[in-house]
Ligand binder design. Structure first.
Ligand code: NDP
Length: 301
């Protein structure tokens, strides 16, 4: 039997179900805050017409409204000036009904996204990219906001009862959005942390030697199906953050979605594994809502 047709040994981590549970918890919190006269508000700002970004912001607004929040999307033309965008952010910073602000990336080329992110009040930066929140994540201050995708990975591990204490974690990828904050979250003291973390990247020598000794492998390199079963230690937990379109003439759309892990071979050896889609992906919006409700709570405290 080829590895591809052998039955998978690993338990699938169901990100759809966990995201639903997180969103249900958020909805309960929203209802409780409303009894105190606070309606958590999330405002998403999108500049331009990028179709993928339009899809993401629609999903964010829909999810926030479903949770009982005030969800709003502000759409700006692609040629809006950076000064106009910053004025809008200033207005949202000053608006007490807005607790979370998210500026959808990517921004058009004429804008400096670092400057834009710094303009958002750290108390409303529910994406967790403002340097103040990056710093709080590193120092372990709990009132900051962690970026939603790595926070979602940690939530999956916790909710599936995967013990992290003392575990060797290998993260493949060192981006500011996934790899670096993932490392910061897992190295913190306490539940869902206390890991010994290695961060690999494109300059790492012998990637497989690192992944093979990991208790938990987190793939976030953006290279479809590049982490194969022979790179995984038997019994390891495999979390696949990657999501790419891969040409597939047999699919109606001409492509399929693929993660950074070669699922079929990795599932033969792993104890737990996330599928793509349906693993990490749904967690991002759920954690965005969770951050927003906490921003509202902290603002109202
Ligand atoms: P980036 O392209 O910003 O970062 C990729 C990282 O992987 C870099 O650090 C790069 O190294 C490293 N890398 C690239 N090739 C290799 C290699 N062959 N061996 C080891 N390391 C390598 O990607 P992101 O972090 O933004 O995203 C990673 C993946 O996660 C993508 O597929 C993306 O679509 C997905 N993603 C999914 C999200 C979700 O589910 N909600 C959210 C965000 C991302 P170097 O730094 O040296 O260049």
């Amino acid at each position: 039997m080829s590895p591809d047709s052998a039955p998978a040994a690993a338990q699938r981590i169901d990100g759809v179900a966990v995201a639903r549970a997180v969103r249900d918890d958020v909805a309960l919190e929203v209802a409780e805050l409303k009894t105190r006269g606070i309606t958590p508000g999330l405002t998403v700002v999108i500049v331009g017409e990028d179709p993928a970004s339009q899809t993401y912001v629609r999903a964010k607004e829909k999810a926030s409204v479903e949770a009982g929040m005030k969800g709003e999307t502000i759409r700006l033309a692609a040629d809006v000036s950076q000064a106009e965008l910053e004025q809008l952010i200033d207005r949202l910073n000053a608006d007490d009904s807005v607790h979370g602000i998210l500026v959808q990336s990517p921004l058009p080329k004429h804008m400096d996204s670092n400057t834009v992110v710094r303009r958002i009040s750290p108390a409303k930066d529910v994406d967790g990219f403002h340097p103040v929140n990056v710093g709080k994540l590193l120092t372990g201050e709990k009132d900051g906001f962690a970026p939603c995708t790595p926070a979602g990975v940690q939530e999956l591990l916790v909710r599936y009862g995967v013990s992290t204490t003392g575990k060797d974690v290998v993260i493949v990828g060192r981006s500011n959005i996934v790899g670096k904050p993932m490392a910061a979250l897992l190295m913190q003291q306490g539940a869902g942390g206390d890991c010994t973390v290695t961060v690999c990247h494109s300059r790492t020598r012998d990637l497989a030697a690192h992944t093979r000794r990991a208790d938990i492998v987190i793939a976030a390199l953006g290279r479809p199906e590049s982490i194969t079963g022979d790179m995984i230690r038997p019994g390891a937990v495999v979390i696949d953050v990657g999501i790419s379109r891969v040409a597939d003439p047999s699919a109606a759309r001409g492509y399929r979605l693929a993660g950074d892990v070669h699922f079929e071979s990795a599932a033969q050896v792993a104890s737990f594994i996330t599928p793509v889609p349906g693993g990490v992906g749904p967690m991002t919006i759920a954690m965005l809502l969770k951050n927003t409700v906490r921003a509202a709570r902290q603002a109202g405290a």
